[in-house]
Design a protein around this ligand. Sequence first.
Ligand code: UTP
Length: 297
Amino acid sequence: MTQTIRKVVFPVAGLGTRFLPATKAVPKEMLPVVDRPLIQWAVEEAAAAGCEEFIFVTSPHKGAILEHFSPAPAYQQVLEARGKHDELALLQAGLPENAKITEVFQDAPLGLGHAIWCAREAVGDEPFAVILPDDMVLHSTGCLSQMVKQYDQVGGNLVAIEAVPNDQTQRYGVLDPGPENGALVGVNGLVEKPAPADAPSNLAIIGRYILDPKVMADLGAFNKGAGGEIQITDSLANLIGEVALHGFKFEGARYDCGNRVGFLAANLAFALSQSGAGGQSDLGENLRSVLRDIMDS
Ligand code: UTP
């Protein structure tokens, strides 16, 4: 019997250098895809998967992230006075009622593993989810919901994976795969950012994890891995004998919004998917027509 996944960690303390100058004053996670920031898409995905406590690992110069999820009384009053009820609902920023928000700081960007370790006290002794907001998955129920269902069957550590082009393995944590069972892949080992010639497969970990709290002790050893950073993949690999690790081939299209092409592609794909979806039902159609004009000119 596995425990319910109630807590989700958002590591959002990175520098976002690939988006300079946009990320000089605005955190990368606040860049909008269609009409809401990346971090709000991530929060909505976690809420849809049943999470109730939202833990942000942030840094002091990224205050805009928490501000986005705080009440905005002055704005609210103006909208109320003008009878703008739809807009008032949008101020809620995707958080479920009674959501608990926790903020912890990562003093220096020492790597994703270190960012997750910074959340250890807020996580406590229970399994938890991790979402990297700059990886977006377009799917009706979201990627994390799919993972929670699988986690209920296998427990342990679970990472979302996808097959990437062979010449891109050096961007990811890569699986040394074991036996496959449907969408689940056993894991014999992991290599962080291998050159294509050294990669044990092309199955790469993307920004969704369900983790056993035992990872925190291993991360706390502060072992530096690829790029001199503290890597979550190294801790997952170290724990394989103790905590089973599975890769999960999720459904849906993934967009790496950490780079410009991926970010632009996500904007197009998410906007085009809104065709006939009510509310902004003509957004997709209008965009299609604009794109045709641009391509033809
Ligand atoms: P990235 O590897 O995309 O790094 O982090 P980055 O700093 O955000 O961006 P670039 O490479 O400089 O352009 C993936 C996620 O992990 C978080 C980031 O905020 C992002 O959400 N992260 C990364 C941390 O919170 N702390 C770190 O030390 C590193």
